[in-house]
Design a protein around this ligand. Structure first.
Ligand code: C2E
Ligand code: CA
Ligand code: CA
Length: 532
């Protein structure tokens, strides 16, 4: 039993720990995933904004270029210069417009140019035919880098930050490339080589210390990124939401485990476990014919043999078994044990019987009759060789008891009232009951020879049995004096330590052999029943 308790407790602790840790771990993991997901989708949104912003700037500038290039004006005429000026003012992205001829700047939105300024080198050409020159240093910009967009004979100067002019979240940096990876501009001090490694359409991810999002469209690619550690703030917010849920689930699981383990450790559960493991064995206490000393049978007394080999006495578990209804499967196992242990000897000696104790519930329900019939099927045991003992508690429902015991007797079993004298049985009450024998309770046998008032009760019980035509079996016979008294007063059978304690099956078989050698075999079973 200790081993099982130990196992239940260990398992309970393991389950409780797992049950407490698992939901917290799951919630922490979920918080982490959600925090990362939110952070990455934030980055992606910013990259999308950046792409939109850059596309707008390009198309805005291109529209101005297209308009001026298509205008029907004399190059560098006052009208031409005026148009360029108007467009510069009206186009947000554009800082200046210039007109080129033969690869040289002729005039700008500021007027005719005297200086010898060549058309800047072209870094790439967009899909809609605009030549882009990145990071050039025109004189007018006074040292600031500009981006020049060239279409037809005109170009516009755009401040590069116009392309990346989006409001970025804290700690987020942005790098904007053209489709072939040329940097157009960055914002918030981006790590350009890191960003370039992650140019890919619609991708978000974590790469070591940094997390990133990359979005392309309109001929540009925007890569936003931030320190991976930025996720901790988000994680904290998610945890305040998810951890209480995890704690609640953990507490629930631990409570369930505790309740379950306690149940498993309850005496009832121990008994259920014993039934499941078939830990019940039967010992046999010889029943002796007092007149001759012949062993005529035995009472089957159940014992609970635990895994460590220790034996638990029935008074320690039968009351609980009766209370919980677990007595029925125990009775079943007792009958099975009797069949297994005693089939051979009962078949070879028809004078021998085994008495089985029934519980009150069995007598009330009558279920035992079919159960015994079923277990005796295909054995060579006669029903007459199985006696049944019923305590007075079984007669609470007199009608049911009468019906069921009558059925049992019709099937051939003899029925004895167990612990007789300890209940309320009156003569009148007994007369109506279908029984064959009385088992006089040990407490009355103990009184024999003591000269107390109870000993006259003993005598009264013996006489009562005789009057009713019932056999009497004296229980708990411990002394020769008691045996002599019982014999003298016509008690047929005795059972007690004077003859033998309850014995293991093989020991009982050995006892019987010795008894036959000394006193001879049991006579044929006299049906105790006179009439039903
Ligand atoms: P019980 O049916 O009255 O069984 C007789 C009890 O008295 C047995 O105790 C037996 O070992 C003990 N006994 C017999 N002779 C002597 C004696 O000379 N001196 C003393 N001091 N005791 C003696 P056990 O085996 O401990 O059984 C106790 C009770 O448990 C039984 O009382 C019976 O009520 C119940 N029981 C035992 N086996 C079963 C069973 O299979 N089913 C049911 N329902 N109850 C059982
Ligand atoms: Ca008994
Ligand atoms: Ca008894």
């Amino acid at each position: 039993m200790q081993a099982r308790r130990y196992r239940v407790i260990t398992l309970g602790i393991v389950l409780a720990v797992v049950g407490a840790v698992a939901p917290l771990a799951v919630m922490a993991y979920a918080s982490w995933q959600i925090a990362i997901g939110k952070e990455l989708s934030g980055l992606q949104r910013q990259a999308e904004d950046a792409v939109e912003r850059a596309s707008f700037t390009f198309s805005d500038a291109r529209a101005a270029l297209a308009e001026v290039d298509a205008a029907n004006v004399t190059p560098c005429s006052p009208q031409h210069i005026a148009l360029m000026r108007v467009l510069t003012i009206n186009t947000v992205s554009v800082e200046e417009i210039g007109y080129f001829e033969d690869g040289k700047l002729r005039c700008t939105s500021w007027g005719v140019t005297e200086a010898d300024i060549a058309k800047p080198r072209v870094d790439y050409t967009t899909a809609d035919g605009v030549e882009v020159s990145l990071r050039i240093l025109p004189i007018v910009s006074r040292g600031k880098h500009m981006t020049a967009l060239h279409l037809g004979n005109h170009n516009v100067l755009v401040t590069p930050s116009r392309f990346v002019d989006v409001e970025l979240g804290r700690g987020i940096s942005l790098a904007l490339f053209n489709n072939s990876g040329l940097l157009i501009d960055g914002s918030n001090d981006p790590d350009i080589s890191f960003a370039r490694q992650h140019i890919d359409n619609k991708v978000t991810g974590i790469d070591g210390e940094r997390m990133f999002a990359s979005v392309s469209g309109g001929g540009v690619v925007a890569v936003t990124s931030e320190q991976t550690s930025m996720v901790y703030g988000q994680l904290r917010r998610e945890l305040t939401l998810f951890l209480p849920v995890g704690l609640f689930i953990a507490a629930f699981i631990v409570a369930v485990v505790v309740v379950f383990s306690r149940g498993k450790l309850s005496p009832r559960a121990e008994l259920e476990f014993a039934i499941h493991r078939r830990q019940f064995i039967v010992h046999y206490q010889p029943i002796i014919e007092l007149a001759t000393g012949v062993c005529v049978g035995a009472e089957a007394l159940v014992r609970w043999r635990q895994r460590d080999g220790s034996i638990v006495r029935p008074d320690l578990f039968i009351p609980l078994a009766e209370e919980t209804g677990l007595i029925m499967p125990i009775t079943d196992q007792v009958v099975e044990a009797v069949v297994k242990d005693m089939s051979a000897v009962l078949a070879s000696d028809r004078g021998l019987h085994i008495a089985i104790n029934l519980c009150a519930a069995d007598i009330k329900s009558g279920r035992f009759i079919d159960m015994i019939a079923e277990k005796l099927q295909n054995t060579d045991i006669h029903n007459e060789q199985i006696w049944l003992e019923a305590t007075e508690r079984g007669f609470m429902d007199v009608e049911a008891a009468r019906t069921n015991l009558e059925r049992a007797r019709k099937a051939g079993h003899s029925v004895a009232i167990d612990d007789f004298g300890t209940g309320y049985s009156s003569l009148q009450y007994l007369q109506g009951l279908p029984v064959d024998a009385l088992k006089i309770d040990k407490s009355f046998i103990d009184m024999i020879g003591r000269g107390t008032a109870t000993s006259s009760v003993t005598l009264h019980i013996i006489e009562m049995a005789q009057e009713l035509g019932l056999f009497a079996v004296a229980e708990g016979v411990e002394t020769e004096e008691q045996a002599a008294y019982l014999r003298e007063h016509g008690v047929s059978f005795g059972q007690g330590w004077l003859f033998s304690k309850a014995l293991a099956a093989q020991d009982f078989l050995d006892f019987r052999k010795t008894s036959i050698a000394k006193f001879g075999p049991a006579p044929a079973i006299i049906r105790l029943v006179k009439s039903i």
